[in-house]
Write a protein that binds this ligand. Structure first.
Ligand code: NAD
Length: 261
């Protein structure tokens, strides 16, 4: 439906590639006015060119590092000012660093937490402040991960960060439910995006990863964007504080598929 989100203003962090890029296209295709955040303006411009034009304003580019407080505050202020409002905040920016946990450097651990946790908190803070001051309803969607639930050895910061995201969503949801502000997360399994180039581009590893997924394949970004679309829409009007796992069955303890009795 081309008009599903018309009139809606949506900010997506980490929109220069992967799931964030696809979500931007998905929302714009359905009439939303989209603000694209990422660190590099040129990459965002390339994404902006892929977005269908909409009536009622242009899409926006708001570059900035979501782990830096001043950047987040500027990005949120510019977005709200230039789009004259904000309906949906999608905290999608995130990354991971691999390392045996006994060797993890404080710098790397903090860098992951800074984007995946602090960035979410800072963005949410600014959006909530705006909605409360104007007495508006709002909608926050965070991109979590199956690693909110499934441990990820060698990725201690990432596991910790996504675990935190689950409780950030639940806490904010409870705090703001009475004000008509919904807060939810989507938790993707293995999705074909640049973050996974190491196995996506290697046929052997691609097969190995697929064999561990009950549905026997990784997911596509669009299979995450559609969940974000659902959560952003009025179809999800009674849902808050939830994490929806979109993971091809990865969280189902797949080893039990072949009944061990
Ligand atoms: P990606 O690496 O392709 O894209 C991540 C995006 O975030 C990029 O645009 C990147 O520039 C941006 N970003 C990173 N640090 C940033 C910062 N400090 N400030 C602003 N932007 C920043 O990864 P993706 O797979 O599209 O991941 C998007 C989200 O989905 C992440 O939060 C990730 O944890 C989550 N996720 C991905 C998968 C997967 O399999 N791809 C699975 C579970 C969760």
């Amino acid at each position: 439906d081309k008009n599903r989100f018309s009139g809606k203003k949506v900010l997506i962090t980490g929109a220069s590639q992967g799931i964030g890029e696809d979500a931007a296209i998905y929302f714009a295709e359905q009439g939303a006015r989209v603000a694209l955040n990422g660190r590099k303006e040129d990459k965002l411009r390339a994404v902006a060119e892929k977005l269908p034009k909409i009536s009622g304003g242009e899409h926006l580019i708001v570059a900035g590092d979501m782990s830096v407080e001043q950047d987040v505050d500027r990005v949120m202020r510019d977005t709200i000012q230039k789009m004259d409002g904000l309906d949906v905040l999608i905290c999608n920016a995130g990354f991971q660093i691999s390392c045996p946990s006994e060797d993890i450097s404080l710098k790397d651990f903090q860098a992951v937490m800074a984007v995946n946790v602090t960035g979410v908190v800072l963005c949410a803070r600014a959006a909530l402040k705006y909605w409360r001051e104007k007495n508006l309803k709002g909608n926050i969607i965070v991109n979590s991960s199956v690693h909110q639930q499934i441990p990820k050895p060698h990725y201690l910061g990432y596991s910790a960060s996504k675990g935190a995201v689950g409780n950030i969503v639940r806490t904010l949801a409870l705090e703001y439910a009475r004000h008509g502000i919904r807060v939810n997360a989507v938790a993707p399994g293995a999705i074909v995006t640049p973050i996974n180039d190491s196995w996506v581009k290697d046929p052997k590893q691609y097969k190995a990863v697929s064999s561990h997924i009950p549905m026997q394949r990784p997911g596509e970004s669009r299979e995450i964007s559609t969940v974000m679309g659902f959560l952003a829409s009025d179809e999800a009007s009674y849902i808050t504080g939830q994490t929806i796992f979109a993971d091809g069955g990865l969280t189902l303890y797949a080893d039990f598929e072949n009944n061990w009795s």
